[in-house]
Ligand binder design. Structure first.
Ligand code: 0YR
Ligand code: MG
Length: 370
């Protein structure tokens, strides 16, 4: 299965409604920025990273795929996923310009495309390749009802609707003001009752003092986790908050390396581990994070940068993964969408990683890569 071509692509997919906001971003589209890898056996693999659909930034990623990573892949055997991961990640030519960041996002797309190819070549859905099914169901929690841009009354309605649809978990955004966010948290908790898990996500906005003040007011609302309470890379800040509150700390969606996760584990700064195959250098590196988390007895809840197309395979196959984020924006762009039925993700059936776009999405949503 020799690699004959590596072609970058960009899709911009509209979000639910005209736009959504968390504490730090307001966006109208999700960027699916990736690579199509063709092989001499006629198979094509697809992989992608997730972005906020800023075209000049997306084009930095596709340019990196095309000019830096692709030349190292042509002629290689696509089966050799781990060896090719090392070849790209340890490429001395790139270490000074980007040991993390654009180069990592570009590598994520390639690594996922290689896993997609390997699963397609074996004729199996990726979860089979990853060791097989370890759980009956992968519980989904719904984030799409909880944006900060949703007014208070509609927030409560949306939470009720998600529960009525079968979701046993939801997540709402915080990071505006402590008073407003506590009011929203309490009214959602009252509306959904005690049996639905309710997580909150600050997207790194608040400082430690504000986080502590919020947590004092939130202790009675049975918060499942507080995600990215403070700055993404701040290990000691998260460790201090973890000691100060009974609310579990979740993070990882903005960490680019397995080493960064290890530091949070070692300092007891995280309870729920949230790696993302589109943020680290692909599934290969996320598998390493999951194994390390598991050895620390920490549960994993992958972040939905891939909107759960790839993560659902990981979640069915890896013992550390407990629950998976659901945001439906891009699912219909793929030949096998990540669907939720009765609060659980459907077990994928098609060979591959779930990353093959439909002809319609490919025709309608493509953006120029340069
Ligand atoms: C919107 N999920 C998240 C979106 C979402 C972000 O900026 O990217 O809110 O990925 O934090 O947990
Ligand atoms: Mg988040």
């Amino acid at each position: 299965m020799k690699i004959t071509a590596v072609t970058p692509f960009i899709l911009h997919v509209p979000v639910t409604g005209s736009q959504i906001a968390d504490s730090t971003h307001t966006i109208s589209h999700w960027g699916v920025v990736g690579a199509k890898i063709d092989c001499d056996n006629g198979l094509s693999g697809y992989g992608f990273t997730g972005t906020h659909a800023h075209l000049p930034g997306d084009q930095l990623v596709t340019r990196c795929i095309e000019t830096c990573h692709a030349p190292l892949l042509i002629g290689e055997d696509a089966h050799d996923v781990q060896r090719l991961w090392l070849k790209l990640a340890r490429n001395p030519a790139l270490q000074w310009v980007g040991r993390a960041g654009i180069t990592t996002l570009a590598q994520a797309a390639i690594d996922i495309a290689l896993w997609d190819l390997k699963a397609k070549a074996g004729g199996v859905p990726l979860w089979k390749l990853l060791g097989g099914q370890v759980r009956e169901r992968v519980r989904a929690y719904n984030t799409d009802i909880g944006w900060l841009s949703i007014p208070d009354d509609q927030l409560v309605d949306g939470a009720r609707r998600a529960v009525a649809e079968g979701f046993s978990g939801i997540k709402i955004k915080v990071g505006s003001s402590v008073e407003r966010d506590l009011r929203r948290l309490q009214s959602v908790r009252r509306a959904i009752g005690p049996d639905v898990t309710l997580a909150i996500d600050g997207n790194g906005k608040w400082d430690l003092a504000t986080c502590r003040r919020f947590c004092r007011g939130a202790e009675d609302s049975d918060v499942f986790w507080f995600e990215e309470p403070t700055w993404y890379d701040d290990v000691k800040g998260h460790a201090a908050l973890a000691r100060a509150t009974s609310i579990p700390v979740a993070l990882g969606e903005q960490l680019y390396t397995a080493d960064a996760f290890s530091e949070f584990f070692a300092q007891q700064a995280v309870h729920w581990v949230q790696p993302d195959v589109t943020r680290l250098a692909g599934l290969t590196e996320v598998l390493q994070v999951c194994a390390t988390a598991h050895s620390f007895r920490l549960p994993v809840a992958p972040h939905a940068g891939d909107m759960s197309q790839v993560h659902v395979h990981l979640a069915y196959a890896h013992p550390a993964v407990q629950v998976l984020e659901y945001i439906p924006w891009i699912k219909d762009c793929f030949t096998e969408p990540a669907e939720v039925v009765d609060g659980a993700f459907r077990l994928p059936q098609q060979p591959g990683a779930g990353t093959t776009p439909t002809a319609d999405a490919w025709a309608r949503l493509r953006q120029p890569t340069a």
